[in-house]
Ligand binder design. Structure first.
Ligand code: HEC
Length: 149
């Protein structure tokens, strides 16, 4: 049976495990954790600039925002991998029992990060900081419902 899932404006045809780039559930878990780890490193550097712990560098900030924006497109399909709810994962079962709710949070994250990438590329520091504040809310908002601590 063909199930269509919309993730960040990309239409993915989720058919069976064979449509996935992963062979085993562990591969999907490792992949999504890697994406989040890269998101966190890039996001942390932006946060340091926003909080004044590092000098402001608009070009660097804009590049990191673009990286994170693209990285937000990656974890989605890894959560679709069958069996990836078990094992070395901090993903909570609510992701699968409330898939629509989880997808909505992921979509919001993608939207806000795409906006941050766009705004920061336009070069206005004040507007960039404001868009960063909006994007930063997504981490906790999703983790509190869908990720074990
Ligand atoms: C739509 C939900 C969602 C959003 C938004 C989200 N995360 Fe996560 N994040 C998760 C889930 C679920 C996991 C657990 C993945 C696993 O262990 O399989 C996770 C894991 C992580 C991890 C651990 C990765 C590892 O190495 O195990 C870090 C770090 C992280 N997120 C940082 C962030 C940051 C920073 C943001 C915001 C910029 C963010 N996340 C936004 C859902 C989200």
């Amino acid at each position: 049976m063909m199930k269509k899932v919309i993730l960040g404006g990309v239409l993915l045809a989720a058919t069976s495990a064979s449509a996935m780039p992963f062979e085993k559930p562990e591969d999907a878990i490792h992949y999504r954790q890697s994406a989040f780890s890269m998101i966190a490193t890039n996001f942390g550097d932006m946060a340091d600039m926003v909080k004044g712990r590092k000098d402001w560098d608009q070009a660097k900030f804009s590049q990191r925002a673009l990286f994170v924006s693209q990285l937000t497109m990656m974890p989605g399909e890894a959560f679709e991998m069958k069996g990836s709810d078990k094992g070395e994962t901090k993903a909570r079962p609510e992701i699968w029992s409330d898939w629509d709710g989880f997808s909505a949070k992921l979509n919001q994250f993608q939207t806000d990060m795409a906006n941050l990438a766009k705004v920061s590329a336009e070069g206005d520091q004040r507007a960039t900081m404001k868009a960063f504040g909006v994007a930063a809310k997504n981490c906790k908002s999703c983790h509190s419902d869908y990720k074990h601590r």
